[in-house]
Design a protein around this ligand. Structure first.
Ligand code: PLP
Length: 394
């Protein structure tokens, strides 16, 4: 008799990230000879800046072939702490201690570890909807109940303090925040974050996971409001950030968490059990990224901003489509309800009929209905061609 695995029930609760499925479908169409423009996947279309690649190569050639400490190279943890302090104006007691920084392979492990620590049946975890699909997936996987916090156009497709605070119950153990947000690019203004933090003081049983992976990607002179700037929640704040988006390093698999004192040892133990340590050469590249010149980041952001304006203007010019300008990240999240299509129909028709890969808003939660996500981390030629093709089928 053939072997049939007797799977753990939790496995069936694990969701996925549709952007990867769309990528696979786009590749399959390309393999059939179709010309597909991919605005589906969320990664910069730029190469990693050369001085960062050179540092990785040097590390490999110089013999960085062994394990590193599980939490990461001390020099990298120190560079992360110094970079956060400089970027967020953290000094004295508010400064980030390198011992709280845990280097992991990408942005995702920090959210997975947080869920493994706090999620379990009977517990509620709040997450933005529409939001990064892995949040709901890993919450469910842990056995906890996912509680969506709807994002509304009135609030710039970002959460409001009220929307979060009114959903907290005695069973809530964690609130996930993500600014700038995927897929909406929304950010909470500082006054709103102030109100949220003030409200959270009445709920000391609730941890905060702040996913700030797009923290360097803001437009129109907006400042990034990091939750690290609020000392009153430091003892329960898990900060997630990394190199993937800022330095065009998605394939290097390098990210970090800043953990509160009571949790950091558990995070390191999870690293030891899961992956031992992050690829040593990638860590050396990560040091070069943080301590070297930042002009490549500025150049990338200038390009993204130009594309953002172009994409939003072109989308608003399509019949039945309206799009608010995202405050950050590199996604447009237009409202397509005026076309009469559901999000999923639009995704399928854009891909199959127009050869344009986008992601249905519902892949980011029920509140994403009526939207699709287009990544503008693509060349202006590709963006123009993609929108012309969508116009043709509308
Ligand atoms: N958090 C958000 C909001 C993201 O959009 C992504 C990637 O798309 C990640 C985390 C994961 O980043 P990484 O590829 O570094 O794991």
């Amino acid at each position: 008799m053939a072997y049939r695995p007797d799977f753990a029930p939790s496995l069936s609760r694990l969701g996925t990230e549709s952007a990867f499925e769309v990528l696979a479908r786009a590749e399959a169409l390309r393999a059939q000879g179709r010309d597909v423009i991919n605005l589906g996947i969320g990664q910069p279309d730029f190469p990693t800046p050369p001085h960062i690649v050179a540092a990785g190569v040097r590390a490999l050639q110089g013999g960085a072939h062994g394990y590193t400490p599980a939490a990461g190279l001390p020099a990298l943890r120190a560079a992360v702490a110094a970079d956060l302090d400089a970027r967020h104006g953290l000094r004295g007691d508010a400064a980030v201690h390198p011992d709280r920084v845990v280097i992991v392979p990408g942005g995702k492990p920090t959210m997975f570890f947080a869920m493994l620590m706090l999620g379990r049946p009977g517990v509620e975890i709040l997450y933005p909807d529409p939001g990064f699909p892995i949040y709901a997936s890993v919450i469910r996987y842990s056995g906890a109940t996912p509680v969506p916090v709807p994002l509304t156009p009135e609030a710039g497709l970002a959460p409001t303090a009220d929307a979060v605070l009114t959903r907290i119950t005695p069973a809530t153990r964690m609130v996930i925040l993500n600014a700038p947000g995927n897929p909406t690019g929304g950010v909470m203004p500082r006054a709103e974050v102030d109100r949220l933090v003030e409200g959270l003081e009445a709920h000391p049983h609730v941890a905060i996971l702040s996913d700030e992976i797009y923290s360097r990607m803001l437009y129109d002179g907006r400042e990034h409001v990091s939750l690290l700037q609020y000392p009153q929640i430091r003892d329960r704040l898990i900060l997630l950030d990394g190199w993937s988006k800022t330095y065009a390093m998605t394939g290097w698999r390098l990210g970090f968490g800043v953990w509160p004192p009571g949790m950091v040892e558990h995070a390191i133990r999870l690293c030891i059990n899961d992956h031992s340590c992050v690829n040593a050469a990638a860590q050396h590249a990560g040091i070069a990224a943080l301590t070297g010149p930042q002009d490549a980041v500025a150049a990338m952001m200038a390009a993204f901003d130009a594309r953002r304006r172009r994409t939003v203007a072109a989308l608003n010019d399509l019949p039945g489509v309206t799009c608010i300008a995202p405050a950050g990240a590199f996604y447009a999240f237009p409202d397509i309800t005026g076309t009469g299509m559901t999000a999923r129909t639009a995704q399928d028709r854009f891909l199959n009929e127009a050869g344009v890969a986008t992601v249905a808003g519902t892949s980011f939660g029920a509140h994403g209905e009526g939207h699709v996500r287009l990544s503008f981390a693509a060349s202006t030629d590709q963006i123009d061609a993609a929108i012309a093709r969508i116009r043709a089928i509308l």
